[in-house]
Design a protein around this ligand. Structure first.
Ligand code: ADP
Ligand SMILES: Nc1ncnc2c1ncn2[C@H]1C[C@H](O)[C@@H](COP(=O)(O)O)O1
Length: 216
């Protein structure tokens, strides 16, 4: 019996991984997909035409980047539904608006008119009964210190050049955002409670917790 069957996780489940930059979403996405034999849906970072420009000039590119991410994630969502689920998704669409767009608007690096245009498009596309929400959102949390170490370890140049205060601001916002999130069931996991890099078996404890929320 495989782990998916052992913990009664339906074959068509959709599991989204949320959490701040560098916390370990992509690593968890790969580990879960591998253990459950699910497909993966990743954010496009290397081929993103706006990301480098955005980090170099938030004010100029924040609207373009949000529109790009919204379109990409919406297309991914369509693919997931059309192929009948069975997916692990690296980052939720809800973080785009609840964290990133809001933060740039409130910090003055997205104009009011751009923010309103973006949020009305987001609401029309996502906050409707036609948009299927995930079966569970796994929220990865950890200390700011450990997360900053991971951003450094991964070494994406544009993230290294970004002031620490940007990651601190995002970290605070994530805590507040997840405490008010109620669109789908949430499973909070602390990054200190598993170690899938040196002990691949530790993914089973995460799957057991998913099984308690997502039952056949
Ligand atoms: N469980 C873990 N233990 C140790 N290092 C980890 C773990 N998960 C991720 N990392 C490391 O942290 C960095 C960021 O991880 P990543 O999965 O890319 O984060 P995210 O997708 O949330 O931005 C990478 O260098 C990765 O190897
Ligand atoms: N919606 C977004 N707005 C701005 N920046 C974003 C958004 N979504 C992702 N990003 C950035 C943050 C990171 O630099 C990369 C990838 O995120 P990660 O958490 O490492 O998967 O894109």
């Amino acid at each position: 019996m495989n782990l998916r069957e052992k913990y009664n996780i339906p074959q068509n489940a959709v599991i989204t991984i949320a959490g701040t930059v560098g916390v370990g979403k992509s690593t968890m996405t790969n580990a879960l997909a591998n253990a459950l034999q699910f497909k993966t849906s990743f954010e496009k970072v290397d081929n993103n035409p706006y990301l480098d420009k955005f980090y170099a000039d938030f004010e100029r590119w924040s609207f373009h980047l949000q529109i790009y991410f919204l379109a990409e994630r919406f297309k991914e969502q369509k693919k997931i539904v059309q192929s009948g689920g069975g997916y692990i998704q690296d980052r939720s669409i809800y973080e785009d608006t609840g964290i990133f767009a809001k933060m740039h608007y409130e910090k003055g690096t997205m104009s009011t008119v751009d923010y309103e245009t973006y949020t009305s498009l987001f609401e029309a596309m996502v906050m409707t009964p036609f948009f299927p929400h995930p079966d569970v959102l796994i929220y990865l949390e950890g200390s700011l210190e450990d997360i900053l170490k991971r951003i450094k370890l991964r070494g994406r140049p544009m993230e290294q050049q970004t002031p620490i205060s940007y990651w601190e601001e995002m970290y605070q916002r994530y805590e507040n955002w997840i405490n008010n999130f109620n669109i789908c069931p949430v499973l909070k996991i602390n990054i200190k409670d598993y170690d899938i890099i040196s002990n691949q078996q530790s993914i089973e404890t995460v799957i057991e917790k998913i099984g308690h929320i997502v039952q056949k």
